[in-house]
Design a binder for this molecule. Structure first.
Ligand SMILES: *[C@@H]1O[C@H](CO)[C@@H](O)[C@H](O)[C@H]1NC(C)=O
Ligand SMILES: *[C@@H]1O[C@H](CO)[C@@H](O)[C@H](O)[C@H]1NC(C)=O
Length: 326
């Protein structure tokens, strides 16, 4: 029996057999930590900084367009006050944006993102909020002189995930970046990588009580977790997250479920890992609750994050407390 050594073969076979997933829809462009937004039938995705801009954006009117999405363009000008000299954020350091439409408020678009705090030497990332009144293409601007959420002594905060519950309560989930302090994966030791949940008022900005920890690496039984994404379906809350070091093939996408948004979450299971659909290190998943459309990235080259991360799209199947890709 011959093994399939040509890299295009397994991908082509599996893509043909499974219309729910489309791989590398930007044809090899780097597009990491993709946030997904859908408005009026158009899908928008936003990524970590790359040579395409501070926060690159792509879109398509057909989510399942296997032929590719629009070429990424910047959605976040470098001259946004937050990333200008004197602003709170350092230009070119934005990670893992999440964009939502504040349908429960004024229908404007809110972009939550992480950037390194301006300062001398190595600084942690913290969360900022940029807005566009009516255009999901941007430009998004952040006029704040201070970050939005910033547990700096704990390593900072990254990977924001905005979520509107079906009782119309608004939240922002994020990760406390313990790895900045040498904890968690990518060479660190087991430590602090909790996923926090901050209740917000409808303006998407004003705190509505204190943030609470909802999940962490120890509970998951792994070295580190990040990139939370929330979904509620038939009364079940799904918390998706990435496990391991983003730079390697051991990075994967797991999830837990609960009947209350604050938990307790339990029963960790793997949704996507290296080898599935010919992928390397799949993570950074974001899901749109209504359509179950999701985006995630994976390493373009096995074990080599320097070669970039590709954008993949998938339609999730959810049944009870189980999520699958069919
Ligand atoms: C969808 O992708 C195609 C192919 O890249 C592109 O030409 C088109 O502009 C995209 N549509 C939208 C609405 O972005
Ligand atoms: C990893 O990718 C970079 C960028 O494409 C390339 O220069 C380097 O040679 C690659 N490393 C390996 C081991 O292939």
């Amino acid at each position: 029996m011959h093994s399939l050594t040509h890299s295009f073969l397994p991908v082509a076979l599996l893509t043909a057999a499974s219309s729910a997933i489309n791989l590398n829809v930007l044809n090899g462009q780097d597009f990491a930590d993709p946030g997904l937004l859908e408005v009026n039938g158009i899908s928008y995705s936003y990524s970590t900084a790359s040579n395409r801009g501070a926060i690159p954006k792509t879109s398509n009117s057909s989510f399942n367009n296997a032929g590719g999405w629009a070429a990424p363009e910047n959605s976040f000008p470098q001259d946004s006050p937050a990333q200008s000299p004197g602003g709170w954020a350092k230009a070119g350091t934005s990670w893992a944006p999440d964009v939502v439409q504040l349908t429960d408020y004024d229908s404007s678009f809110a972009m939550y993102y992480a950037s390194e705090i301006n300062g001398n030497g190595g600084q942690p990332h913290c969360l900022g909020l940029a807005r566009n009144r009516d255009n999901p293409n941007g430009p998004f601007t952040d006029g704040s002189t201070q970050s939005f959420i910033c547990p700096a002594s704990e390593g900072g905060a990254i990977d924001p995930e905005a979520f509107l519950d079906d009782d119309n309560s608004r939240y922002l989930a994020y990760k406390i970046d313990g790895p900045f302090n040498g904890q968690g994966p990518c060479g660190g030791t087991q430590g602090n990588t909790p996923i926090m949940l901050q209740p917000l008022q409808h303006d998407g900005y004003t705190f509505n009580g204190d943030a609470r920890q909802v999940w962490d690496a120890q509970s998951a039984g792994v070295l580190g977790i990040e990139a939370p994404a929330l979904l509620k379906r038939d009364g079940v809350y799904f918390l998706f997250y990435s496990v391991g070091c983003y730079a390697g093939n051991d990075y994967r996408t797991d999830y837990v479920t609960a009947s209350n948004i604050y938990g307790p979450y339990s029963n960790p299971r793997t949704l996507l890992q290296t080898g599935d659909f010919g992928l390397f290190g799949p993570g950074g998943l974001d899901v749109v609750p209504g359509s179950l459309h999701a985006t995630f990235h994976s390493l373009i080259q096995s074990g080599n994050v320097s070669a970039g991360r590709q954008l993949n799209t998938v339609v999730l199947s959810v049944n009870g407390n189980t999520a699958t890709i069919s």
